[in-house]
Design a protein around this ligand. Structure first.
Ligand SMILES: [Zn+2]
Length: 57
């Protein structure tokens, strides 16, 4: 399920929200402010590329 992490710009509260529609209105659960900023998605972290290259000396 598409869970996004949000951060309220007003009170600084971080929360997760299930977003079904892209035009869904997200408000802060604490102060009901609409001034929230979307953080990184929890499902977007599957990148493997950095090979561990050991360097001695
Ligand atoms: Zn808030």
């Amino acid at each position: 399920m598409p869970i996004y992490e949000y951060k309220c710009e007003k009170c600084g509260r971080q929360f997760e929200e299930l977003v079904m529609n892209s035009s869904q209105k997200v408000t802060c659960p604490d102060c009901d402010s609409e001034n929230v900023e979307r953080e990184f998605s929890l499902f977007a972290s599957s990148a493997t590329g950095c090979a561990p290259s050991g360097g001695f000396g």
